[in-house]
Design a protein around this ligand. Sequence first.
Ligand code: SF4
Length: 199
Amino acid sequence: MEVEPARKYIYPDTEIDRAEGEAIEALKARSQQPIPDPDRWLDEELHRNLLLTTVDSIIDWARRSSLWPVVCFPACCAFEFITTAASRFDISRFGMEIIRASPRQADLMITAGTLTWKMAPNVKRIYDQMAEPKWVIAMGACAISGGIFTSSYSVVPGYNRIIPVDVYVPGCPPRPEALLYGIRMLHQKIAKRSLAQKG
Ligand code: SF4
């Protein structure tokens, strides 16, 4: 007696059904594992590349990372400033190494030295011509209060008599480390600014 061979498919043995069955079996064979989520990479990329911040924070970061000092070195504290700018201490790490001869291209005045009343109008004019927003660091005893010359008829007893001062760095003269600390304090002050404030 002739034995009927085992059927390969569960579908009816007609050509059209066999073709359909083969397609289904092939799809089934390819579908044993779930398809990976095509957006799975997104989390990883977002974690690596997306930074959420506020407009205030990003603008304050840009401002404090690119302070440009103007030339204002009327006396001996200037040499400590020059040392601060040189390679051993190096203010270029703060993006400050370009000392501007033009006040219109500067936003930071570091008042390194004794100021006389004769020079005061010129220093005030330089400050007035600086770009907004702008800041002032009073460097040394003379800049803060006139220092050892405070009782002199010719010396301004502190730059804050003619321009607003943001940070005071004491010393006669202050060492470069002290000036760097003052610059870091100014960075913190700038970081607290808001666009809602003037400038
Ligand atoms: S604080 Fe001292 S070092 Fe600086 S300008 Fe005055 S006298 Fe000179």
